[in-house]
Design a protein around this ligand. Structure first.
Ligand SMILES: O=C(O)C(=O)C[C@]1(C(=O)O)C=C[C@@H](O)C=C1
Length: 286
């Protein structure tokens, strides 16, 4: 009997960076493109798919606020793996517009446009930049509109998939361009592949107590520090309850079930903090 394929939502269409990340973790499963990050996350929250793959953070541009905020405010989901992918951005045109010196507009995902800011500023200073739902969606649109002299910023695979010419390669401003993706599920478990890094990570969302006493952040950090729990990231995001109200998203290099972690959760609660764990997971490198 053949096993039923798992269904995976990703920010599409085919050839987006998220699609490449999803293919790394799920080479044999049924990958289903969605147009927005909330749609991908809702699909797994509602049970339409088994997993969602969404971008979380870029090395040049920082967090993807939509993903972080949706996980805090809207969805009860867990991270089962993260994928780290190198990101190389290229300028693509329809073959019929090969050789054009200027463009009516350049389309891409806002993160991709921002990653190429210096290149765009110095080379296409007067060209309007148009935000699109993903790099691959921009490439697909350019491929469908040869009559318009427009360009897209996307990857090699998008150029190949949508039959576009690469006008300029590697236009991202900094060489070390990587994006981190989360693989989300309704149940708290870990995905592993034979090549995973031994390092485990837990992502926590911590809400400080409402009394706004001084030194709260220091107290929160001490909970981890004296237990020698290494934080690889801490970032504040607005609670959306008023100016100056924040929650913290923290990545700890330890399993959430480790004794020291359970102790840390208890101490944070005793300090009056709200704590939500997104689970512990391994890293896939693509
Ligand atoms: O547009 C895509 O191809 C995506 O997968 C989205 C996204 C992002 O949200 O940051 C993913 C990786 C790159 O950093 C650029 C765009």
């Amino acid at each position: 009997m053949t096993e039923k394929k798992k269904r995976i939502s990703f920010l599409g269409p085919e050839a987006s960076f998220t699609h490449l990340a999803a293919s790394k973790v799920f080479p044999e499963e049924q990958l289903m493109p969605y147009t927005t990050i909330p749609e991908c996350i809702e699909a797994v929250a509602e049970g339409t798919v088994d997993y969602a793959v969404v971008p979380l953070e870029n090395a040049l541009e920082g967090s993807v606020p939509l993903t972080v905020d949706y996980l805090f405010h809207e969805a009860e989901l867990y991270v089962t793996a993260e994928v780290l992918s190198p990101i190389q951005q290229h300028l693509l045109v329809h073959p019929e517009n090969r050789g054009a010196e200027s463009f009516e507009a350049i389309y891409s995902h806002p993160h991709a446009l921002a990653q190429c800011h210096k290149f765009l500023y110095y080379t296409y200073k007067t060209t309007p930049l148009q935000q699109y739902s993903s790099t691959a969606a921009a490439a697909k649109m350019v491929s469908e509109l040869p009559e318009r002299n427009i360009a897209a910023i996307a990857n090699d695979y998008a150029a190949e998939k949508y039959g576009l010419d690469i006008v300029q390669r590697d236009i991202h401003d900094f060489h070390f361009n990587h994006t981190r993706f989360f693989v989300l599920s309704k149940s708290n478990h870990k995905l592993t592949d034979p090549g995973h890094e031994a390092q485990i990570k837990t992502t926590l969302m911590i809400t400080p107590p409402e009394d706004d006493r001084s030194g709260v952040l220091h107290q929160v950090l001490s909970v981890f520090a004296w237990r020698q729990l290494n934080l690889s990231k801490i970032e504040s995001r607005p609670l959306k309850t008023g100016l100056g109200n924040y929650f913290f998203i923290a990545d700890v290099l330890e399993d959430e079930n480790a004794a020291m972690m359970r102790g840390a959760f208890e101490e944070l609660k005793a300090l009056g903090c709200g704590i939500k764990t997104l689970g512990s997971y391994y890293t896939y490198n693509s």
